[in-house]
Design a protein around this ligand. Structure first.
Ligand SMILES: C[S@@+](CC[C@H](N)C(=O)[O-])C[C@H]1O[C@@H](n2cnc3c(N)ncnc32)[C@H](O)[C@@H]1O
Length: 505
């Protein structure tokens, strides 16, 4: 860092660095008139009032940090408990998700503005600063509101750091987001470091994602992908087919690709009003389930298995498809509470659909598997690198060392699925990760171990046949890799395989 950029803000609010002092004061220009800075219910602290939405966001950040909480599970509970109205719930969500997603960038900015590494900043003060930087640089919150509310949070949660929080945020506020990004880029050692700090992704994830794009000859799309990971995904819905619902286009705006998917102005009202037949589900997940159910015409009496079914999103769609075609779906899940979620998800489909609780690696041994299955979905446990926009803290929790353990499990689950398939039966191997070790690596391992037994099916043709409009797919014909930046879906990987009939076909 140049001398000009050393020296950090002095306690008392003066930034001290000319280079970071470019933006004068707060609330000027387009920022004036935005009401997000100060609306909503407030709680009095020792010194002032703080909007409850910010308290909720900070408490979720603390739980993510200290208790390994999942923001997408905890935040709705905290919003409910704080009785936030729709607008404040939206603000709390944007604050929480945006701050968690952009943490890498914000930490780098805070390090510059505070002139100290983040591991030398009190964790509560650091979370307050991250929330403040998000408001200053990524939301249209007026400077005075972002700083005052952050100082108010500091009075309540980190009273020893109020002056520090005030000073750092005032320094941040004096320069634009673009100016900070220029400084971050100048400090980066190489291209991956630059992308890492600008798009808030760990470098190992950038390398993994680029490798997956490179396999398609589309490595140049990496920046678009990383940016898409930082955008809030649309709330996408599925209308379970065959259950008497209007067409997706009558319920809302039909998806581009999934024939059973749509978006709507009031998605949660629609979910609440249709007793489980309308569900929140990513469009890519819908295509993955339909790739299996529609790969070939369904023969009445077929037996299907969802091997790793929790929490049951794809199982619900498969159960509806099975009911329509006269097939039976069995679901399996290793974790009992997640098996309960599968039961809930299946409740809307009026048919018998057993839910087993157990390790999928032993599925061939359970009595329900006697006679085998005609179709199996293996939506494998994976790093989830394809759904980073939905799980905002995930990118900071995962590590490259997770990958070998997961690919080993994926291989064992594929082997179990093949053992449980009938000759001629179809396996859909699916991951919500594009990491090539988890996609082509696990798939290639299975093809090698089961040479002569497994046949790859034209997955791309099947998925294109299911889709409303043609997908821009760039891989080989036997696999489909979907992408957030290209398709607006999670980065689902789908490969269809057939177990050869040893008698000859
Ligand atoms: C990617 S998720 C499946 C998502 C699901 N198909 C859906 O659409 O809602 C993988 C699931 O596999 C479960 N799982 C992990 N290890 C397993 C195992 N050995 N046997 C069965 N299920 C397992 C996890 O608990 C998790 O619920």
């Amino acid at each position: 860092m140049s001398d000009e950029r050393r020296g950090g803000p002095r306690q008392g609010g003066e930034g001290g660095r000319q280079r970071h002092g470019g933006r004068q004061g707060g609330g000027s220009g387009g920022r004036q008139g935005d009401r997000r800075g100060g609306s909503g219910p407030r709680r009095q602290t020792s010194r002032n009032y703080v909007a409850l939405s910010r308290i909720v966001a900070l408490e979720v950040l603390q739980a993510v940090r200290d208790d390994e909480a999942y923001a997408n599970l905890l935040l709705p509970v905290r919003i409910e408990r704080a009785k936030l109205d729709r607008a404040d719930a939206g603000l709390a969500t944007e604050l929480t998700y945006g701050t968690l997603r952009r943490r890498g960038t914000y930490d780098a900015i805070i390090e510059l503005a505070a002139d100290r590494p983040t591991d030398r900043i009190d964790p509560d003060a650091l979370d307050i600063l991250r929330l403040g930087v998000h408001q200053l640089l990524s939301m249209r919150v007026p400077t005075h509101a972002a700083v005052d509310e952050s100082v108010g949070l500091a009075h309540k949660f980190a009273p020893w750091a109020t002056g520090f929080v005030n000073a750092v945020l005032r320094t941040v506020s004096r320069s634009t987001a673009e100016q900070w990004e220029t400084w971050l880029a100048e400090d980066a050692l190489d291209e991956d470091g630059r992308l890492s700090v600008l798009t808030s992704h760990p470098e190992w994830i950038i390398r993994a994602l680029r490798a997956a794009l490179d396999r398609e000859g589309r490595g140049e799309e990496i920046r678009d992908l990383l940016d898409a990971d930082n955008a809030s995904p649309r709330v996408n819905l599925v209308a379970l087919p065959g259950l008497g619902l209007p067409e997706p286009a009558e319920l809302g705006t039909a998806d581009s690709y999934s024939p059973v998917g749509f978006t709507a102005a009031d998605p949660l009202d629609l979910v609440a009003g249709h007793e489980g037949r309308v569900r929140v589900q990513d469009e890519g997940s819908q295509l993955a389930a339909l790739a299996l159910s529609r790969a070939t015409p369904v023969r009445p009496g077929e037996r299907w298995l969802d091997l790793c079914a929790g929490p049951g999103g794809k199982a619900a769609l498969l159960a509806a498809e099975a009911l329509a075609g006269g097939a039976v779906l069995v679901s399996n899940e290793a974790v009992p509470v997640r098996a309960d979620l599968v039961r809930n998800a299946l409740a809307a489909v009026p048919s018998e659909h057993p839910v087993l609780v157990g390790d999928g690696r032993a599925i061939a041994d359970v009595p329900e598997s006697a006679g085998g299955y005609d179709r199996i979905l293996l939506d494998a446990p994976c790093t989830g690198l394809g759904a980073l926009r939905r799980r905002p803290e995930a990118r900071w929790r995962k590590a490259p060392t997770d990958v070998p353990e997961l690919t080993k499990l994926q291989g064992e689950l594929v082997d179990a699925a093949i053992a449980a398939l009938k000759p001629g039966g179809i396996l859909a191997y699916v991951t919500c990760s594009p990491h090539t070790a988890e996609t082509f690596g696990s798939l290639g391992g299975a093809l090698a171990r089961h040479a002569g037994v497994l046949e790859q099916l034209p997955t791309a043709e099947v998925v294109q046949g299911v889709a409303n409009t043609e997908l821009d797919l760039a891989g080989d014909p036997f696999t489909v890799q979907l992408w957030p930046h290209r398709h607006g879906t999670d980065a689902m990987f789908i490969a269809l395989l057939r177990k050869r009939d040893v008698a000859g076909s």
